[in-house]
Design a protein. Structure first.
Length: 741
């Protein structure tokens, strides 16, 4: 019999185990062919942005407290830029006018970042030449006079130089060639705008607008941000292309790309009568390449406009400039690497940055996930929008990040740490999980609210959390702490036991364990719980926040089976396991002193027969645990708090199945029963005898002292005994509640 049971148990275990694997990888049941490998483009983007070691030096200067306080003495309002790249010797000639407002009284000198490779020819404003002191990448400009807080000023820097040599891939401004034709292109994020132009090179100070004039040879085309408002031929073999943007822009998004582009224009129709141009600049030799995926852009813009808000730069344009090296979301003019990044997921990703990164920009690089995590999640949102929810889950599955490290970047000393794949993939998972926690309707409302609240400005992780909490009316601190500042992910095991209940439905006993050994040791997460019925499934949720946790779900319909998080809304490992034996009653009923008590421990699983024993601790005096039933009962006059541990063992297989639980109970105050001096639940002559025995013969005190003070004189003495006898035998006045303390 025993053998047969064991074999059955093993068989059941094996069958269920195979089901459990199906649940773990449920999204793989429908094999989805995206036509590309999701996540590969972000891996490439991250690798390229993370490549520079040279930028580390620049950053260290930025983070010096004196540098930061110096650079924040003014707010930039406008950049007016003239650039003339010289391909013959890879030199950039520039003239940059900065309009700004003083942030403090008595400002007479300002700091601008500019790499030492750049040589300052002169600095001036309307009053004449200004003294410019350029050393170690820091350019100090003495203003023409003292400016007070709130006062506006401007100055112009004329400079030239060879950008510092780039490493591995690309850094700052790079002169290369394609098909024998020269090209110059930039990548400024995070610390490299200063490598080729003088600016307040921090993400948190956006200029309100910008003008960029690019002087190039005839036959060459220079692209930048905003609208091309003029293209003037100078008649000397050069022409000036003038780009203007009247939207706020941060320095790392201001761009320059020059080569022999050909262009074609597509349109995003945002109303029946209005459209916005999408201008694509491509290398002539790539113009007809069928692999270029730019045609997806209008559809992608409308997807994100529907999800979040209208394309944020609608009065100007969107566009792409094909480049040699990388993909980058330069505002209204995304750069795409022609080798492998003119692909759909990259185009969608860089476009999404125009909401998350360009409209709302991370305040500092510690919060880069607000750019890259969001941009990456938008790839999945795009495929969900056009193909359905199974594409969302399939996409997310491909970009699971299961390694250590925090999403919040504590060390921003190098691009490598800022632009690790964690910022992209796990950052995307943080948003995805948040959506799972608060639900679609709240999530997308909150995203719209976030876009509105921080439009054309900057935000921190705390700002985003605050919006999510305000809109959801939930305290989400646990979530942001564990997923932004904690590492790794939970590893769940779950098991369940279902039985019929009296209402024709099911009582489901669910047990969830977290078995990971990484920190945080305990993840707090709501877990979607799918209850399979004859008619389909009902989706509910449990909140899991302990290493081991029991749940009892009572339904009015019959439930056949259960699956936790089958769609993978959580970054986790998860497996079903056999439900062995669990004490499912987590708390005992509250007892009261001098009142009959009875409650039962409830056990599920195993063979169904259990033995109970008090393992440790102390129950109230007078209570008894019945070994065969788990019933705890008794009558106790003991006061205080009690903690005791009970073990339940399977009656048939005690060595295989057992569980322990520690209960804590506190004796509540008794109900008033004046006159019951001996607390035997009756008021009679025995109470008078008990009282006399206590007063005169050193007998035990009344268990509930004030019950014996029947005449209410705040003392227990012979008068109380006389009072009781008078009541019991002669119909005297009834006992009253005493006041003995
Ligand atoms: Zn990105």
């Amino acid at each position: 019999m025993l053998c047969r049971l064991l074999i059955l148990a093993i068989l059941a275990f094996m069958i269920n185990l195979s089901i459990s694997f199906a649940q773990v990888d449920s999204s793989s049941e429908t094999e989805i062919d995206f036509g590309f490998q999701p996540g590969q483009s972000t891996r490439m983007l991250a690798a390229m942005k993370a490549r520079s070691l040279a930028q580390q030096v620049e950053k260290e200067k930025l983070l010096l407290p004196e540098t930061k306080s110096e650079i924040d003495k003014y707010d930039v309002t406008y950049y007016d830029i003239i650039w003339r790249p010289d391909f013959s010797d890879s030199t950039i000639y520039g003239e940059v006018t900065i309009h700004a407002i003083s942030n403090e009284p008595d400002l007479d000198r300002v700091l601008v970042f500019l790499h030492e490779n750049m040589i300052v020819d002169t600095a001036y404003n309307a009053s004449g030449e200004l003294l410019a002191t350029h050393q170690s990448g820091l350019l100090f400009v003495d203003l023409d006079r003292v400016y007070q807080e709130g006062e506006r000023f401007d100055f112009t820097i004329v400079y030239e130089g060879h950008p510092p040599p780039y490493e591995l891939f690309f850094d700052g401004l790079m002169f290369t060639a394609h098909n024998g034709v020269p090209i110059v292109e930039n990548l400024s994020e995070p610390y490299s705008a200063r490598q080729w132009w003088p600016c307040k090179d921090v993400p948190w100070d956006k200029a309100d607008s910008s003008d960029v004039r690019i002087i190039v040879d005839t036959g060459m085309v220079g692209t930048s941000n905003g609208l091309l408002i003029s293209d003037i031929d100078h008649g000397d073999g050069t022409h000036t292309m003038h780009w203007r943007s009247r939207y706020p822009i941060t320095t790392y998004l201001i761009c320059l790309a020059v080569t022999n582009y050909v262009s074609y224009t597509d349109y995003y129709h945002y109303s029946p009568t209005d459209s916005m141009p999408i201008v694509n600049y491509v290398f002539p030799e790539w113009e007809d390449d069928p692999n270029l995926a730019m045609d997806v852009t209008p559809l992608a813009i409308s997807v994100f406009a529907d999800l979040f808000c209208e394309y944020p730069f609608i009065d100007e344009k969107y566009g792409h400039s094909m480049c040699n090296v990388h993909g980058m979301e330069h505002q209204t003019n995304t750069f795409l690497n022609h080798f492998y990044l003119c692909d759909e997921p990259t185009i969608v990703h860089e476009l999404a940055h125009h909401w998350w990164g360009n409209l709302v920009t991370c305040q500092t690089w510690e919060h880069i996930w607000l750019n890259e995590g969001f941009g990456t999640y938008c790839e999945a949102l795009f495929y969900e929008a056009i193909n359905g929810p199974q594409y969302l889950h399939a996409y997310m599955k491909e970009i699971r990040y299961l390694d250590g490290g925090t999403v919040y970047v504590y060390d921003i000393s190098a691009p490598m740490t800022i632009f690790s794949i964690r910022s992209y993939w796990k950052g995307a998972w943080v948003i995805h999980m948040l959506r799972g926690v608060v639900g679609d309707s709240i999530f997308f409302s909150a995203m719209q609210e976030y876009a509105t609240a921080y439009a054309y400005s900057n935000a921190t992780s705390d700002d985003f959390q605050q919006i999510m909490e305000d809109v959801s009316e939930q305290d989400l601190d646990y979530f942001f702490q564990e997923w932004l500042h904690g590492e790794y992910y939970p590893n769940y095991r779950y098991s369940y036991f279902i039985e019929d209940n009296l209402s024709g439905g099911s009582d489901i006993y669910l047990h969830v364990r977290q078995i990971h050994t990484t920190d945080p040791q305990v993840f707090s997460m709501p877990i979607k719980t799918h209850l399979k019925t004859d008619d389909g499934e009902v989706i509910t949720s449990i909140f899991n926040d302990q290493r081991e946790q029991n749940y009892i779900l009572n339904t009015e319909y019959r439930v056949n089976s259960l699956a936790l998080d089958p769609d993978s809304w959580i970054l986790r490992y998860l497996l079903w396991e056999e439900y062995d034996l669990h004490i499912v009653k987590d708390e005992l009923a509250s007892p009261h002193q001098a009142e009959w008590y009875s409650d039962s421990i409830i056990c599920k699983g195993g063979s169904g027969d259990y033995d109970y024993e008090l393992l440790s601790g102390k129950m109230p005096e007078g209570w008894i645990l019945e070994a065969a039933t788990g019933n705890i009962s008794g009558y106790s006059t003991e006061d205080g708090a009690f903690t005791f541990t009970i073990k339940a063992s399977d009656a048939l297989y005690p060595l295989y199945y057992s569980d322990t639980i520690t209960y804590a109970v506190t004796m509540g105050l008794p109900s008033p029963r004046p006159g019951d001096a001996n607390a035997d639940q009756e008021v009679n002559v025995g109470d008078a005898v008990y009282t006399i025995n206590y007063i005169f013969s050193g007998g035990p005190p009344p268990p509930i002292l004030n019950w014996a003070d029947v005449n209410g004189d705040c003392a227990i003495n012979v008068g109380d005994a006389v009072y009781l006898i008078n009541y019991v035998f002669k119909g005297g006045p009834a006992p009253q509640m005493g006041c003995v303390e």
